[in-house]
Design a protein around this ligand. Structure first.
Ligand SMILES: NC(=O)c1ccc[n+]([C@@H]2O[C@H](COP(=O)([O-])OP(=O)(O)OC[C@H]3O[C@@H](n4cnc5c(N)ncnc54)[C@H](O)[C@@H]3O)[C@@H](O)[C@H]2O)c1
Length: 295
């Protein structure tokens, strides 16, 4: 039997982009753990909420654009109206508009950065303000959990996705800033870099295997999300995980490499060239190509 500390009974959780794909799987997993759900999406939120209710859970649907002004407050208001609180926020809504940098227009850049980064920011701000106020009222820590959705794209420097990689790198940075801000209220923030067979990745991963379980099913990612949402993960914060199939990789934080010094302060590019000549630079730059071969 599972540790009772991973149960979510009595908690209220909101998942964005939960009409299908990974968000739907997360919402079902959180409901299975006992949480009451706010299911948010531009499309399909009502269907997922109905599915949760059909399985005996509690869920309300919220429509609308996750990156529009007021979206975070609308999510929080739905949780407060129906459940009196918000305890868990899973930021997951997202889109792709893949183009090489030299072919990318402003609309493709803006749509992706806006949906992912602004969407994550708006809901996180509303949740953080809610937990701060609750913690002040209670005079102690509260159960607050943010699970953000980054991507391996930002670890690999995907050349066909400069907008997406930049948005996801921004989400990793937003996650560590959120974790630091929430620490004093007992709340946490972590990010996942998932891999799953969904509508978004249909052209990448193709159809599921004909026989046997699908190792890239979205449901393989959701157990980590449900764990991070739970009391058992109170000590886990500011982390970035790679997760899919039967693998969870924990990212090390960026480390300082070689440090070059000029005792009197740098005076010109020639001096920098002499110092950098022969320095042990990371062969792949600021990327982590080894995550691509995780299976
Ligand atoms: N599938 C993967 O392998 C993979 C890999 C890395 C990261 N991700 C990330 O996981 C998340 C979920 O992706 P998925 O694969 O389930 O994709 P998906 O396309 O199946 O689902 C995305 C959902 O987000 C919703 N959405 C999009 N824009 C929205 C907006 N502005 N407001 C509200 N809802 C919106 C869509 O309606 C859709 O239901 C995304 O953030 C994606 O970038 C997925």
């Amino acid at each position: 039997m599972d540790d009772p500390n991973v149960r979510l009974d009595g908690l209220a959780a909101a998942v964005t982009g939960a009409g299908r794909g990974l968000g739907r799987a997360h919402a079902l997993a959180l409901a299975e753990g006992g949480a009451r759900l706010v299911v948010a999406d531009l499309h399909g939120a009502e269907e997922t909420a109905a599915e949760i209710r059909a399985r005996g859970g509690t869920a309300r649907a919220v429509g609308g654009d996750a990156a529009a002004d007021g979206a975070g407050e609308r999510l929080l208001a739905a949780a407060e109206e129906h459940y009196g609180r918000l305890d868990v926020l899973v930021n997951n809504a997202g889109v792709v508009r893949d183009r090489m940098l030299f072919n990318m227009d402003e609309a493709d850049w803006d749509a992706v950065v806006r949906t992912h980064l602004r969407g994550h920011f708006l809901a996180s701000r509303a949740a953080a303000a809610h937990w701060r106020a609750r913690s002040k009222r209670a005079g102690g820590p509260v159960h607050g959990r943010v699970v953000n959705t980054a991507s391996e794209a930002f670890l690999l420097g995907s050349p066909g996705q400069p907008n997406y990689a930049a948005a996801k790198g921004g989400i990793a940075a937003l996650t560590t800033a959120t974790a630091q801000a929430l620490r004093r209220y007992g709340a946490t923030a972590n990010a996942i870099c998932p891999r799953a067979r969904t509508a978004m990745t249909a052209g990448v991963f193709g159809p599921p295997p004909q026989d046997g379980p699908d190792p890239l099913a979205p449901e393989r990612v959701s157990p980590l999300v449900a764990y991070l949402a739970s009391p058992a993960a109170a000590h886990v914060t500011g982390q970035v995980f790679v997760v899919h199939g039967g693998v969870i990789g924990v990212l090390k934080p960026p480390e300082l490499g070689p440090v070059l010094r000029s005792p009197g302060g740098w005076t010109g590019p020639g001096e920098v060239a002499r110092a950098l000549d022969g320095a042990d630079l990371p062969p792949h730059g600021f990327t982590a190509p080894e995550v691509a071969s995780l299976a």
